[in-house]
Design a protein. Structure first.
Length: 392
């Protein structure tokens, strides 16, 4: 631009001396020279303005930018969608822009809602027979690829029905999705969430078991016990009941024991408050200790259960735990409260057993057998037993 201005100026200068050397130049010639000079100056200013704005113009795209400008693939979009929130995915259900392989953005968003948020698509579409295609995609937080479901063949009417379902249904999720929501919202889940979960076939099978096996339990505590364990326990139970229904008390107890293994306080509470006789007689020492560990508070139910344990032939560790629950010192064979005399005897009463006599007289079953030369645990009323202290 400076070169152009210099050339214009030199041309102007070359003609100017010849003109002004004339003694009386014509007026029109002077006006033409002035106009030409003004036009040259204006052109120079315009060129300067264009040059100053040139830095603001977008640069031509680099190869990397041209690469990212290409349309995204299904897998690239799914990587984005797996990071999206539930409500962000809902807004994409109206986007019918095609991506590749016949899938639109809304198809991929729907797959993400079903895979990651457990949207109940079958219920939303009235149990329509759905085409399903399962692919594997990389997850940023897992080493192995995860399964991802796509649903080809859905039309505009299906998406309209789905949007209507989402607008009218407060909890539009599968039973597993509802289970997860309740588990995360403990200890105070939304009552309407529990009500929605209660309509699932899985929970209905459990409610039927408790009712038919003779144990009445409210819906809230039952759901709380379920969510204190894994989903697989309930799912496996439902599958077994579909194949071979079993509504016996033994099946109910077996199920509650599975939740006890998961350290469910509600399972411990059910045993102690509603099935204490079975628990005290049939559960192992390890399970009894677990009941004491998990029971949530000191109640009359727990005290009655501890007393029942103290009159049963349990190990010292179980006795100690029951005694500590009652706030009493444990009469232990290792630390007898009294030293028996050599001539002490005991007359067997109706209902006595060696274990009861050993506890009552601060000795052991082995000591009774040895001092009385007993080969079995059988006793007869009015039998006189010699009492000796246990060996140290």
């Amino acid at each position: 631009m400076l070169y152009i201005f210099t050339r214009l100026y030199s041309i102007e200068a070359r003609f100017a001396p010849k003109v002004f050397m004339a003694p009386n130049p014509p007026r029109w010639l002077l006006q033409s020279l002035i106009l030409s000079l003004a036009l040259n100056i204006g052109l120079f200013v315009a060129l300067l303005l264009v040059a100053s704005r040139g830095s603001d113009l977008p640069a031509p795209p680099s190869p990397a930018m041209r690469e990212t400008a290409r349309p995204l693939t299904n897998h690239q979009l799914l990587e984005q969608y797996m990071q999206a929130s539930y409500f962000q995915l809902l807004t994409l259900l109206t986007d019918d822009e095609l991506v590749e392989e016949g899938y639109a953005k809304r198809d991929l968003a729907l797959g993400a809602l079903v895979t990651f948020y457990h949207l109940h698509l079958e219920r939303a579409l009235g149990n329509l027979s759905l085409q399903k295609r399962r692919i594997l995609i990389a997850h940023p937080q897992r080493e192995e690829k995860i399964p991802f479901d796509l649903f080809p063949g859905l039309e505009e009417c299906h998406y309209q029905a789905l949007l209507h379902f989402l607008q009218t249904e407060k909890w539009p999720f599968t039973p597993f999705g509802l289970f997860q929501l309740i588990k995360r919202s403990q200890p105070f889940p939304d009552p309407t969430l529990i009500e929605a979960f209660s309509h699932s076939a899985e929970l209905q099978s459990l409610i039927t078991l408790f009712k038919e096996s003779g144990m009445q339990i409210a819906l809230g505590p039952l759901v709380q016990m379920i969510t204190q364990g894994d989903w697989e326990i309930l799912q496996n139970f439902y599958s077994q009941q579909r194949l071979l229904p079993d509504l016996t008390p033994q099946r109910r107890r077996t199920l509650i024991l599975e939740y006890l293994k998961e350290r469910s306080p509600l399972a411990a509470r059910i045993f102690i408050e509603a099935d204490a006789d079975f628990a005290s007689k049939r559960l192992s020492d390890e399970q009894i200790l677990l009941l004491f560990d998990l029971y949530p508070a000191q109640t009359s139910f727990l005290e009655a259960f501890a007393k029942q344990i103290l009159i049963s032939p349990r190990s010292d560790s179980v006795w100690k735990r029951a005694s500590s629950t009652l706030g009493k010192a444990l009469p232990s064979s290792e630390q007898p409260e009294e030293i028996l005399k050599a001539d002490d005897t005991y007359t067997v009463q109706e209902g006595d057993s060696l274990w009861k006599i050993a506890r009552k007289c601060r000795t052991t079953v082995d000591a009774l057998k040895e001092s009385n030369h007993l080969e079995s645990d059988r006793l007869r009323p009015n039998m006189i037993l010699k009492l000796t202290p246990p060996r140290s």
